[in-house]
Structure formats: structure tokens, C-alpha cells
Design a protein around this ligand. Structure first.
Ligand code: SF4
Ligand code: SF4
Length: 287
């Protein structure tokens, strides 16, 4: 049997923070890390955790920073964390959009205006309307996201709307156009849309199916060029349990590479079904 390939760390451009751990205010049926209000598998990061890794990242030449969870805005220190981050590089926050209160959006705007680095907000949606979105994310979520989007628009922040392929038809040209129209109608004249594949792990494994044995990478399949597009060749993920190879495998103990970023600067073996999705889809969680 062919061995699974190793991906080298070609450059460390991006650092992720699992800032809310696996704690979320909702429990989406497709969440690849099964986040929920009760999942404390990874705890929230503290401001000191983030500051320590930022200092290390600066010395290592990291260029940009991403904050995810769980729901990042559940972490009370998120804004000071962003403030600290924007002193050394661009930051992006991935959110479900439910906690984007007016005051929060105003502070995000002020922070972005004060910094030379960009601050991006990514809001996740899973359908063209309340019915399809809430079927994945829970009752009442669509309405709260719409309020959050309105608050962003009023603050002059143009978010990236992230949609998974769980939203039926979104990958077709027609579906894409329909989404762009929706985003314009919400007040964003220059719509930004990112479509992501589903990873068949966590809750998604139960909603649809697990990976089959054949859905694994083998050594002859992966070329140097493929390695470049995989985000594990240029990023690492900081969590409360240590530094992991990427944002996708944080529930895989073998994907924990060290306590510090410095301990993770080595190749990683792509043995997992999710790695197959990354390769087939050419996926990157970066904006
Ligand atoms: S997909 Fe995002 S919003 Fe949904 S449960 Fe997971 S972390 Fe929370
Ligand atoms: S899941 Fe994707 S990003 Fe993570 S190690 Fe596998 S190929 Fe790399």
C-alpha cells in the first residue's frame, strides 16, 4: 500500500487562533469540529495566550492572523486581542454573525481605522433564506444574522460572506449570482463571497457520512505544486491544548504538533480524510 505523503512547511505566513475553543452559541449540524454551547474539548484562549503567540509569530515572520472558534465574539477578550494583533499584521475574524451588536461593529470600525493593517470579518451563512439556513444552524439564527449584517453595513464594514456547499445550488453559476444579489440587497455594493466545501468529520460525519477508506492521499498523488496550495504548508493553529497543524484537524490528537509555534516547524503526514477534501477541492480556509 502507498504511504501517505508528508507536506512540508514551506513558509509560515498565517497563524490561526482557536480563540473561542470549541464553544459556540449554536450547534450547526455540519460543524466539522462539533462546536456547541457544551463542547469544552478546547477552551477559550486568554489574552495572555494570544499575546505570547503573537510575539513568537512576529519573530518568525508571520504575515496574517485569523480568529475562529466556536464563536469568536463569545470570547470577552476578542477586541483587545484584535487590537494587539493589528499592531503587527492583518486580522480576520470568522463568525456566525449573531453577536455583531451595533456597539461591537462600531468598535471594530474604529480599530480598523486606527490601524495600518486590514481587519476583515467573515460571516457564515448556509442558505439563501431563513428556512434553509436555520435548518442547519437552528431556529431564529437567520434573523439574528440579518441584524448583525445590518450593523456591519451601518458601521461601513464590508464582510466576506462564507457559504458552505450545504447551501443547495450555491456552487452553480446561478447559485453564486443569486448569493451575490442577496449580499448587494443587504447593503454591500461590493459583495464578497467565499464558498467552502464540507469536511466529513465532527457533526457533518453524522449528518451525511464519514470518509471512505479510499478517500486518503497517497504519495504519488501529491505534487510539490499541490503542497503549495494546502494551507498546512504555510500556516499553523494555536489552541488551548497547544499548536495544531491546521484549523481543520483540531480534534485529531496526532495533529497537535507542539506547545509553541517553534516546535511545529516541520512536515506533517497527510493521513486523514479531510486532507483528501483539501487536495480535491484545492481548499484554503483563508479569505
Ligand atoms: S459551524 Fe461555526 S457557528 Fe456553527 S457550530 Fe460550528 S463554530 Fe459554531
Ligand atoms: S486537513 Fe487540509 S490543511 Fe489540514 S493537514 Fe490535512 S491537508 Fe493540511
Amino acid at each position: 500500500m502507498n504511504e501517505h505523503p508528508h507536506v512540508p512547511l514551506l513558509t509560515l505566513d498565517t497563524l490561526w487562533f482557536q480563540v473561542a475553543g470549541t464553544i459556540c452559541n449554536i450547534a450547526c449540524t455540519h460543524c466539522f469540529i462539533s462546536c456547541s454551547p457544551k463542547n469544552h474539548s478546547h477552551e477559550m484562549l486568554t489574552l495572555a495566550d494570544v499575546e505570547n503567540r503573537l510575539a513568537e509569530a512576529k519573530a518568525l515572520g508571520v504575515r496574517d492572523y485569523y480568529f475562529t472558534g466556536g464563536e469568536p465574539f463569545m470570547n470577552r477578550d476578542l477586541l483587545p486581542m484584535l487590537e494587539a494583533t493589528l499592531k503587527q499584521g492583518p486580522a480576520t475574524v470568522l463568525t456566525n454573525g449573531m453577536l455583531l451588536r451595533k456597539e461591537v461593529c462600531g468598535r471594530l470600525r474604529e480599530m480598523a481605522d486606527r490601524s495600518d493593517c486590514s481587519l476583515d470579518i467573515r460571516v457564515s451563512l448556509d442558505g439563501f433564506d431563513r428556512e434553509t439556513h436555520d435548518a442547519i444552524r437552528g431556529p431564529g439564527v437567520w434573523d439574528r444574522v440579518m441584524i448583525g449584517l445590518r450593523n456591519l453595513a451601518e458601521a461601513g464594514i464590508n464582510p466576506v460572506i462564507t457559504v458552505t456547499e450545504a447551501a443547495d445550488g450555491v456552487r452553480t453559476e446561478q447559485g453564486r449570482r443569486r448569493f451575490l444579489e442577496l449580499i448587494r440587497a443587504w447593503g454591500f455594493s461590493k459583495p464578497r463571497l467565499k464558498i467552502l466545501p464540507l469536511f466529513r468529520i465532527g457533526a457533518e460525519e453524522k449528518r451525511t457520512r464519514a470518509y471512505e477508506d479510499w478517500e486518503r492521499l497517497t504519495t504519488p498523488v501529491l505534487t510539490d505544486h499541490d503542497a503549495e496550495v494546502l494551507q498546512c504548508s504555510s500556516s499553523r493553529m494555536v489552541t488551548s491544548k497547544g499548536v495544531f497543524v491546521c484549523p481543520i484537524l483540531i480534534e485529531t490528537p496526532e495533529a497537535r504538533m507542539g506547545d509553541t509555534i517553534g516546535e511545529t516547524l516541520r512536515p506533517f503526514q497527510l493521513r486523514y480524510g479531510a486532507c483528501h477534501t483539501c487536495w480535491v477541492e484545492g481548499v484554503s480556509c483563508r479569505t
